[in-house]
Design a protein around this ligand. Structure first.
Ligand SMILES: C[S@@+](CC[C@H](N)C(=O)[O-])C[C@H]1O[C@@H](n2cnc3c(N)ncnc32)[C@H](O)[C@@H]1O
Length: 272
């Protein structure tokens, strides 16, 4: 990992830690997506789960709802704050051996071929080396094991990017660049999985049009992307937020701010 990637990761971990206790309440759409991902996995008797970028552990809980035979869970995440919330969930996972690890997807320390299923829900868009991460997540899978990934997809949040592009003075260019860094399409995901030695089963994009208040939209951004603005002073951030909210209100209709949100799903398996 380069120094730049290490710094970026530190920012991501600290950003998510600073908002960890708000995450479950604000990011309900992420759990709806995790449910659709989990519902799409092949019906098999998985016992050992690896949850990468596990955050507060909601996707693990959703996995256990569908696959109650899971007995061992390894959760890996960069954010201590998110992991603290996950630790508090042990009561929702009776009989499960929970191994929660602070770490990067590129260095999880999980034994090769030691798990039956890997999930990573709404985390891969933050991984700096996405093909490398797919390969690392595939390594711990036993032959015939299954991997399910959900992340943000290309084309999402375009309306917000347009509001930012119209600001005068402009928003820092790295804010817009973050979307290009993060978002991927189905064919790119297919390449990552094939290069990781997996057999893709199903890869698809879900395109949604949502209406919300500008304030609710900005609250989501605060909770999931705090690291993108962490270099600003409180005054600078307040000023940008105020001007972005004005820009969003100017283009909002009677049902609020209309925006596109694309979710990229992938299910693959390791050859037997
Ligand atoms: C939006 S949250 C998703 C959490 C959870 N999977 C869920 O479905 O609610 C993204 C999580 O990915 C973690 N993350 C980001 N980059 C990571 C990396 N390189 N390695 C491990 N975890 C990472 C963040 O710390 C954060 O907890």
């Amino acid at each position: 990992m380069t120094d730049m990637q290490r710094d970026a990761n530190r920012g991501v971990g600290e950003g998510f830690s600073s908002t960890a206790t708000d995450y479950d309440a604000v990011l309900r759409h992420n759990f709806d997506g995790a449910r659709r991902l989990v519902a799409s996995l092949p019906d098999r008797p998985y016992e050992r789960l690896l949850d990468v970028g596990c955050g507060t552990g909601m996707s693990t809980v959703i996995m256990l709802e569908r696959f109650p035979q899971i007995r061992r869970v390894i959760g890996v995440d960069l954010s201590d704050g998110m992991l603290d919330v996950f630790r508090g969930r042990q009561g929702e996972l009776p009989g499960v051996e929970l191994d929660i690890r602070h770490g990067d997807v590129m260095d999880m320390g999980v034994e090769p071929e030691s798990v039956d299923v890997v999930i990573s829900s709404m985390a891969m868009h933050w991984f700096p080396d996405k093909p490398g991460a797919a390969a690392r997540m595939a390594e711990p899978l036993a032959p015939g094991g299954v991997m399910g990934i959900l992340c943000s997809g290309t084309g999402g949040d375009q309306e917000y990017r347009e509001v930012m592009a119209a600001l005068d003075p402009p928003a820092p260019p790295e804010w817009d660049a973050t979307f290009d860094f993060a978002l991927r399409d189905v064919d790119q995901m297919e390449d990552y999985l094939l290069d990781a030695g997996l057999e893709p089963i199903d890869i698809w994009m879900e395109r949604r049009i949502r209406h919300t208040t500008p304030e609710a939209y900005m609250e989501r951004m605060r909770v999931v992307a705090g690291h993108v603005t962490s270099h600003l002073t409180t005054e600078e951030l307040d000023d940008y937020s105020r001007r972005i909210l004005e820009g969003m209100e100017a283009v909002s209709g009677p049902r609020g701010f209309r925006y596109t949100f694309n979710k990229l799903y992938a299910v693959a398996q390791k050859p037997e």
